[in-house]
Design a protein around this ligand. Sequence first.
Ligand code: ADP
Length: 473
Amino acid sequence: MEILHVSAECYPVAKAGGLGDVVGALPKYQNKAGHIAKVVMPMYRTKFLYNNNWSVDYKGSAYLGNYHFEFTIIKETTNKLGFDLYLVDINGLLDREKIYGYDDDTDRFVAFQIAVVSWLSSWQHQPDIVHCHDHHAGLIPFMLKHCLAFKHLQHIVTIFTIHNAQYQGWMGWDKSVLLPEWDSWKSGQLDWNNTINPLASAVKCAWKVTTVSQSYMNELKHNSNGLEALFEYEKGKCIGILNGIDTEVWDTATDAMIQHHYKPATVTAGKQKNKNILCEQFGLNKEVPLIVFIGRLVGEKAADILPDSITVSLNNLKHQVSFLLLGSGEPHVEWQLGDMNGKYPGYYHIEIGYNETLSHQMYAGADFLLMPSRVEPCGLNQMYAMRYGTVPMVRSTGGLQDTVMDMGETDGFGIRFNNASVSDIHYSVSRALSVYKDDKHMQKMRQHMMQIDHSWEKTVNDYTTLYESVKRQ
Ligand code: ADP
């Protein structure tokens, strides 16, 4: 099958979170399974753009409301990522340094989607599947079905994957002029609560909808930032497919970003060496368990309760545990966590910012990874942690619940808790501390986790089955 993935992110071209990881890996493994999978995404001004070679695949023009814009589709020439990668260059709109965060993001991503569909309509043939990811590609199922200029594309199967339903791409109806003309009877397919809602529109218009874990799929019917009724209504076309992880990128035996390589048999010594380097770098005590947090400092990740939780644990378990954090996000959380730097010398440090290399070193050097997330559609960090022999401490929600088994259960290997609260986190830190003292138990859990299969092969099969089920309809 020929599958075209449409996404705002794709690792290593541009990544802000899990979406990038998934779109950077799934197509590669689909190709290995015999499909022809391609990715199209915006052309941002990233390192990857300047360090690779490109050829022009297509030049076109389109309207964004009254604004006539020209776009170019460029293609990476060496198949470096294991799939054909296309970037959409729209001068002045997409070619910026950051992926998101501009006042005109609505215009940017609407223009991106119009360019993708216009390009698609120039193809000599049609792909079997257009697979759209998150709200930045959420208007494409509507455009293919209902926009007059693209009527000839209406039989292309669209699949929509929700990596995060908190962000929906809302825009007022005044922005409707940006869209190519559509069958006005179909306006309801764009609307949710009197706004244009690209995520809701995709749920209505795509042939099938997936989320990145089964538990998250179930949760969306009760908690999806206003779309609960829609998910209940559309449940017949929605399924959960758990993400895999790229085991070629995330491999402790070969990872070029970590200083000491190790395997399950050598995990204890290998980890300690990586931990020593981290601790020296950030002035932390090497002898106590190192608990890390890596991620966006936002409410979904419960980052707002980290300052109090960590303070309580550091005060109650004086000189027995240390914390190392990496992340960026809401300014007041950054400020609070940043302000704690230097207050617990040897036992606490935060690096504010995004640092891919450091994140790998932290997965390799840490003893535990804390994820108290309020919402976690799949969560990749806990899977990377497990693959690196780091014990996950997670709240029982979404994909965390589907991938981590508490160490109290037979063959369990992690720590689970129910509430995103200071007391639950502190209790989990105490549990971490006591298991850390039991060398045998730690070694057993580490080795077990490192050998769990999180590879993409199963996920690819699940997507293939889904694609085939739609094509048979
Ligand atoms: P989300 O997509 O909600 O942010 P996921 O768990 O699905 O969360 O994916 C997060 C990904 O982003 C992981 O690869 C994680 O290592 C990475 N990541 C998050 N924040 C940072 C950071 N500050 N520096 C480096 N990597 C980060």
